[in-house]
Design a protein around this ligand. Structure first.
Ligand code: SF4
Length: 124
C-alpha cells in the first residue's frame, strides 16, 4: 500500500471545506484544507473508518400502515450497512409501535439499536 490522497467534503458545518487526507500505507500523515479541528476529525474518520446512520422501513403487523420507518441509534460502519439492511428486511414489528421504540436491540452485535421514527397504530 503506497501513498493515497482522499478528498472529502466536510459536512460538519455549512462552510463545506474541501479536505484532503493523505494516507501512507493506510496511516494518516497529513490533513489539508480543513477550516477547523472538528473538520480534521471528521475527515480522518471518513478516510479511515466511514460510518452512516442507516434509515429504512420494517414491516408493521396489524398496523394502520404496512411499514414503519426506522433508523439506527448510532452510525454504522459503511461495510456493515448492507448486512444491517438485510436484517431489517426480515424484521416484523407488531403494532402499536411508538416513536423511539427499540425494534432491534444490538443489531449484528454492533452495539447499535434500531429504533422507530414513526408511530404505527394498531388496527382493531
Ligand atoms: S472543516 Fe470546520 S469550518 Fe470547514 S466545513 Fe468542516 S466544520 Fe466547517
Amino acid at each position: 500500500m503506497g501513498r493515497e490522497v482522499k478528498r472529502i467534503t466536510c459536512i460538519v458545518c455549512p462552510n463545506g471545506c474541501e479536505i484532503e487526507v493523505v494516507l501512507e500505507s493506510g496511516r494518516v500523515v497529513e490533513v489539508r484544507g480543513a477550516g477547523c479541528r472538528r473538520g480534521v476529525e471528521y475527515a480522518i474518520e471518513e478516510a479511515t473508518s466511514p460510518k452512516r446512520i442507516v434509515m429504512s422501513v420494517v414491516k408493521c403487523i396489524d398496523g394502520d400502515l404496512p411499514t414503519v420507518s426506522v433508523k439506527t441509534s448510532r452510525p454504522v460502519p459503511k461495510e456493515r450497512i448492507w448486512d444491517v439492511m438485510k436484517v431489517l428486511s426480515e424484521v416484523e414489528a407488531r403494532a402499536p409501535v411508538e416513536v423511539g421504540q427499540v425494534l432491534v436491540r444490538n443489531v449484528l452485535g454492533l452495539g447499535i439499536d434500531v429504533v422507530a421514527t414513526r408511530r404505527c397504530r394498531k388496527v382493531s
